[in-house]
Write a protein of this length. Structure first.
Length: 335
């Protein structure tokens, strides 16, 4: 009896080739978009003067794309929150990149539409992020007068000098995030990001009298995700850190995936089995719902890396191994 080959979800060979074929086509179209953004009106004039590509050229292009798509390299991702060097990001080996919209994550200049288009043209999905329950004094929405007198929706300063706890259920904060003019969501999507990673602090829910802060966060995630999809139906929405919120159907239905840091290890030590199992149950539910799971570990020992890579492959999670802040020296850990 002939033994059937086992297919491993998104890592099955046939589907992997098909996905990579589509990726190569997308890359070609994104490179054209970079040229269009760079040249402006000149692009339209040049385009009108061109004839259609010959059939032979199209065939050669298709063959190149198909052969390139057969390269079987495991998809990996990276989260990079500061000192964004566009060339290093473009040349990095990762397929999914989550970065700040500011080049240095704080006071530096903002990335441009051309910057984002160039990253996308290199074959990457590029997302930015918003911290839903934290205001930051170096963001575009911060007002000078808040340095002396905080508005009512800001509660207090965190241990970090630039981060502040907020009443994320109040309208004033929601206006900044997604409701008001020139809001955060519109800003990121207008730059061309493929989606937004919604970060919720790892700290315990704020105590605020009779207010159910967990329910308020579920409401906020749902509202922000709906607004993102309204502006760009193809934009991806991830939930970062508080993955237990993905157990709520309202949240799971509006997100495209979750981000989990330190799944198996914490500060170089294996986490308690009961805690790992609890997180795995949630992540498996996300995978079962045909959503994406991004996981990362800060590990260096070969046995730990092997365990992590094998584990994530079997469970169909997309891995990242943190090896320092210098993206130029970062390589894939599981390929």
């Amino acid at each position: 009896m002939k033994k059937k080959k086992r297919k491993i979800g998104i890592f099955s060979s046939r589907r992997n080739i098909r996905l990579r074929l589509q990726e190569r086509i997308d890359i070609f179209l994104k490179k054209v978009e970079v040229i269009r953004l760079t040249l402006g009106e000149k692009f339209d004039r040049i385009l009108t003067g061109l004839t259609y590509l010959s059939l032979l050229t199209l065939i050669l292009v298709f063959i190149y794309v198909f052969v390139s798509a057969r390269k079987n390299s495991r998809v990996e991702w990276i989260y990079f929150s500061h000192d964004v060097n566009i060339e290093q990001v473009i040349n990095s080996p990762f397929e999914i990149v989550i970065i700040d919209y500011k080049k240095d994550g704080k006071e530096g200049g903002e990335l441009s539409k051309v910057d984002i288009a160039r990253i996308k043209a290199s074959g990457k999905k590029v997302l930015s992020y918003i911290t839903l329950d934290t205001a930051q004094s170096y963001r575009f929405y911060w007002k000078d007068e808040w340095n002396t007198t905080l508005p009512d929706f800001i509660i207090d300063k965190k241990s970090n000098n630039s981060d502040y706890n907020v009443k994320y259920w109040e309208e004033a904060w929601k206006n900044i995030l997604y409701k008001g003019k020139d809001n955060y969501v519109e800003k990121l999507l207008s730059l061309g990001f493929d989606g937004i990673d919604l970060i919720v602090s790892k700290e315990k829910n704020l105590q605020s009298g009779e207010i159910d802060t967990r329910q308020k966060m579920i409401d906020l995630i749902t509202e922000v995700a709906v607004e993102i999809k309204k502006i760009n139906p193809h934009a991806q929405v991830y939930l970062h850190n508080k993955i237990d919120l993905a157990e709520e159907e309202r949240v799971l239905n509006v997100i495209d995936g979750v981000v989990k840091e330190s799944l198996l290890f914490s500060d170089g030590v294996k986490r308690p089995e009961n805690e790992i199992k609890k997180d795995i149950d949630i992540l498996d539910k996300v995978v079962k719902a045909k959503k994406i799971v991004l996981v990362s570990e800060s590990i260096s020992q070969k046995n730990e890396i092997k365990e992590f890579c094998t584990f994530t492959a079997i469970r169909r999670y997309i891995p990242h191994i943190e090896k320092g802040d210098d993206i130029e020296n970062v390589k894939k850990g599981c390929s």
